[in-house]
Design a protein around this ligand. Structure first.
Ligand code: FES
Length: 182
């Protein structure tokens, strides 16, 4: 039996060779923070990390992650919110919130790469745009997203605690966790 490690937990993979990673994550494991929108690899909503690299899970056969480590939005900042998550909340970098988990996963990976290579330098709008170019927000929350990612990369949200009274927290948590908003 093949297995993957998802958010730190060893998990069996289905025998079906056609099973898609997004379906295993959402339907078998009930990790509904990962969203399935277009299902064609162009909107970015279903983005997860595989061995630390962002991939669109709607195009990836589940068997391709055998023996690999998968991180969904539920695994980003599981113990303590990632600086990018705090920055999104502070800047209200979302509207309906449906694309937000994909943005968060990709932006967290970009942030971690950026900090390793450039310290607390601030990335340009073009650099952030290139990193997030695989993601679409139909509400047009891009301005807040750019500001959130720039400030998180620059270290403005290092060590910040969760803001429990922010309305964005409520929206983001609801989109990630509520079965009624699958
Ligand atoms: S649902 Fe996978 S890229 Fe849009």
């Amino acid at each position: 039996m093949s297995t993957m490690t998802i958010n730190g937990r060893l998990t069996p993979l289905p025998a079906d060779p056609e099973a898609l990673l997004v379906d295993v994550i959402r339907d078998a494991l009930n990790l509904t923070g990962t969203k399935l929108v277009g299902g064609a690899g162009v909107c970015g909503a279903c983005t997860v990390l595989v061995d630390g690299a962002p991939v669109v899970s709607c195009l990836m056969p589940a068997r391709a992650v055998a023996d690999k480590s998968v991180t969904t939005v539920e695994g980003i900042g599981a113990g303590k919110l990632h600086p990018v998550q705090n920055a999104f909340m502070a800047h209200d970098a979302l509207q309906c919130g449906f694309c937000t988990p994909g943005f968060i996963v990709e932006a967290a990976a970009f942030h971690d790469r950026w900090r390793k290579a450039k310290g607390t330098a601030t990335p340009s709008r073009e650099e952030i745009g290139a990193a997030l170019s695989g993601h679409l927000c139909r509400c047009g929350a891009y301005d807040g997203i750019f500001r959130a990612v720039a400030e998180a990369c620059a270290g403005h949200f290092d060590g910040k605690a969760r803001r429990s009274r922010c309305s964005a927290t409520t929206a983001w948590c609801a989109m990630s966790a509520s079965p009624s908003r699958r």
